[in-house]
Design a protein around this ligand. Structure first.
Ligand code: ATP
Ligand code: MG
Length: 395
């Protein structure tokens, strides 16, 4: 019996006029993720069907499980829409299962099929009861739910389904620039932004020799984890040492972090423009550290007019950690390599910074020139899920 992977869209189906646009993007996404396999994908307005080679099924399901825009997916038997054939096959399929109670649910989008859904479910139920001993029908809480979807040419039968990731297909909403540190929050922020259909590029500030190559490799490893949801992710590595040293030398110690973050935003905005990204994304979480009090965020955000999306802004650290574990970034994030923020962190960072003081301290060195220089020396690498390339030559 032929099987197909059947994909249901969920939230996408609420996009009336734009449905085609979303469905086409999802189609592209799936095609992209399954390009290594011999598959044929059919789409209609509410479903996609993937035909596959039996040996590849496990791998295909693993990949489908990591594609945004899918509400549910399942493996269905595909047979001709023919009353007798459906009855024979349903029995054959159900006989393979072990269960005490069951229910048959028929959906008949092909209205010319001669028996209505309710009546057909009843007939199929009767057939199953007659042929299998010691089972009963339970319409409220069945152990086995037998789904029969009758369409014009084909009928799909399935007894199991899985929830997909939901969200919107990759690139539905254009690009965003993710400020990616080696910490716990920013990979989660990246994942959540991707889930809403933003195609993410990542930007990492490093301050070699104050930060190590291990810290950078950590960020590369985080990118590999995020690349699972797309095909690849671009990582821009920003040489931030000179700017950081200048801040450290000139600013009042309690303002070092505030000013450093304002510089990061300035550079991120410039890079976002250059890469045609429409938003900045980061892992700031309200109240988490001194630079994330509302006053700090206000003063730091003041250097850019770009939309800044902070997917984890209102999550507790524990909630963020839960997502980090789910997307498998947690163990990488907790590796103890110092990031440029931690290296230069003062004893008492200001929690209520003043804008005028920032402006004044920033005049103490020629930051505009250094930012230009920094932007010129950004290195970009493309990272894929299974990348085993070494990037040491970037040093
Ligand atoms: P994370 O927030 O990812 O756990 P963190 O707590 O070390 O890392 P914070 O000091 O909270 O980082 O910084 C807030 C946000 O600023 C980060 O989530 C990240 O988006 C951005 N950021 C901080 N440091 C860097 C860096 N070195 N490169 C790129 N972005 C950074
Ligand atoms: Mg943080």
């Amino acid at each position: 019996m032929k099987r197909v992977v059947l994909i249901k869209y969920g939230e996408l189906t609420t996009k009336k006029g734009n449905r085609n646009f979303f469905v086409n993007l999802l189609y592209k996404s799936i095609q992209n993720k399954l390009k290594d396999y011999n598959v044929v994908i059919f789409k209609d307005l509410s479903r996609m069907y993937i035909e596959f080679n039996d040996n590849d099924l496990d791998e295909i399901l693993k990949r489908v499980n990591n594609i945004f825009g899918i509400h549910e997916y399942l493996v269905a038997y595909k047979i001709d829409t023919n009353e007798e054939e459906i009855k024979t096959k349903v029995l054959e399929i159900v006989k393979k299962e072990s269960f005490n109670s069951f229910k048959v649910e028929t959906k008949r989008s092909y209205k010319e099929f001669p028996i209505n859904s309710q009546e057909f479910s009843k007939q199929l139920g009767g057939l199953i009861l007659k042929n299998i001993d010691n089972i009963k029908v339970d319409v409220h809480n069945p152990e086995l739910l037998v789904n029969v979807e009758i369409r014009k040419d084909y009928t799909y039968i399935y007894t199991n389904y899985y929830y997909g990731l939901g969200g919107y297909p990759n690139n539905t909403l254009g690009k965003g620039m993710l400020m990616l540190s080696g910490g716990i929050d920013s990979p989660v922020a990246g994942y959540l932004a991707m889930k809403r259909g933003i195609h993410v590029e990542a930007l990492y500030f490093e301050a070699i020799p104050h930060t190590s190559i291990n810290a950078r490799n950590k960020v590369i490893d985080l990118c590999k984890k995020l690349a699972v949801y797309t095909n690849s992710i671009k990582l821009h590595i920003v040489p931030f040492t000179e700017i950081q040293e200048n801040i450290y030398k000139t600013a009042d110690p309690d303002y070092v972090i505030t000013i450093m973050r304002r510089m990061m935003y300035r550079i991120t905005e410039r890079m976002a423009k250059r890469r045609k990204c429409l938003a900045i994304i980061n892992g700031e979480s309200v109240g988490q550290v001194a630079s994330q009090t509302l006053t700090s965020m206000h003063v730091i955000n003041n250097v850019t007019n770009y939309p800044v999306i902070r997917p984890v802004a209102c999550l507790d650290k524990l909630e963020i950690m839960d997502i980090a574990r789910k997307i498998d970034t947690y163990d990488i994030s907790i590796l103890p390599f110092e990031d440029c923020c931690t290296v230069f962190v003062p004893k008492h960072p200001v929690i209520n910074p003043k804008l005028s003081l920032c402006d004044e301290m920033e005049e103490r060195f020629d930051y505009k020139d250094l930012i230009n220089k920094c932007l010129k020396n950004i290195k970009t690498i493309t990272i894929t899920e299974n990348n085993d390339k070494e990037f040491d030559d970037l040093l």
